[in-house]
Design a binder for this molecule. Structure first.
Ligand code: PRP
Ligand code: URA
Length: 215
């Protein structure tokens, strides 16, 4: 049975272009090249929403016509944290949006029988604790991988943390909320449930395999 969660901690990107592109990604006939392009594009759309609360400050600027006051992002340091492998597909889109961001990698693989994640790699920027961290991974299923990534970042002193996925299962959202209620989740869709193999239904299948062509 699907679990309930606090919807105020989740932002669903319901823009028509996002929903259209997501449907193409779900289609099993969509090939690797197009799938990878769509993951990148959806990361950009979602990145707009996930950075909406970034503070601005005034800055003087001279246009060809006159001097005026514009706005710029107020000195925020950002890190993009892809959960390997599939999260890598969202990194380029996020760096298009925030070119100065650092990238910290965390390798997490689900055991096919227990569905428990196993961490096999972790390399973070040295000043990670001072950064706004945006974890990126296309799929939030049981929540195990995301929760472990969140814990790894909290253990390194990270305070400002958001989770960006493309499709979330209600079970995964509830699990993340229970583990760390301060993490806001961004997703393009909340699907129905998990199946007996802990895959998201209807979902899009195995995101990593579809991005990297390892089906
Ligand atoms: C997938 C996906 C998430 C995880 C979601 O990765 O990219 O990281 O599963 O499942 P969970 O919420 O139940 O933990 P997978 O372990 O298949 O590794 P991959 O990215 O290398 O394909
Ligand atoms: N990982 C995926 O790639 N897809 C799912 O549906 C669940 C976990």
């Amino acid at each position: 049975m699907a679990q309930s969660f606090d919807a105020s901690r989740v932002t669903v990107i319901d823009h028509p272009l996002v929903q259209h592109k997501l449907t193409i990604m779900r289609d099993k006939r969509t090939g690797t090249k197009q799938f990878r392009e769509l993951v990148r594009e959806l990361a950009i759309f979602e990145g707009y929403e996930a950075t909406r609360d970034f503070a601005l400050e005034d800055v003087s600027v001279e246009t060809p016509i006159c001097a005026t006051t514009g706005k710029q992002i107020a000195g925020r340091k950002v890190a993009i944290i892809p959960i390997l492998r599939a999260g890598l597909g969202m990194v380029e889109g996020m760096l298009d949006l925030i070119p100065s961001a650092r990238v910290g990698h965390i390798g997490m693989e689900r055991d096919e029988v227990t569905h428990e994640p196993h961490e096999y790699y972790c390399k973070m920027p040295r000043d990670i604790a001072e950064r706004t961290c945006l974890i990126v991974d296309p799929m939030l299923a049981t929540g195990g991988s995301s929760i472990d990534a969140i814990r790894a970042l909290r253990a390194r002193g990270v305070r400002d943390l958001k989770l960006m996925v493309l499709i979330a299962a209600p079970e995964g959202i509830a699990a993340v909320e229970a583990a760390d209620p301060d993490v806001h989740i961004y997703t393009c869709a909340i699907d129905e449930c998990l199946n007996e193999n802990a895959y998201i239904v209807p979902g899009l299948g195995d995101a990593g395999d579809r991005i990297f062509g390892t089906l």
